[in-house]
Design a protein around this ligand. Sequence first.
Ligand SMILES: [Zn+2]
Length: 97
Amino acid sequence: MEGLLGFLLIGGLFFLMMRFGCGAHMSHGGHGGGHGADSEVKHTDLVCGMDVDMKQGYGKMHEGQLYRFCSRNCLDQFEENPEKYLNQPAGNNGGTP
Ligand SMILES: [Zn+2]
């Protein structure tokens, strides 16, 4: 009988670990929270035009605005001549459609 009780106890612990251990981690890392929208915001690399994820590339504050670049190389090019890239007419930034 004690063996069966122990087995049930371990099984219950395992269930709790799955429920509150791994499960909590999965929901925490997923896109389910209220801040999900923030992590999905993508910045456009002004130098090469690539979309840069918040967790990737390099960030640069310029005149109160955060810009992100896919690589150090693009960041350097922007820092050399920010006006060149800021004044470039972007495809969807010229006016409201
Ligand atoms: Zn780039």
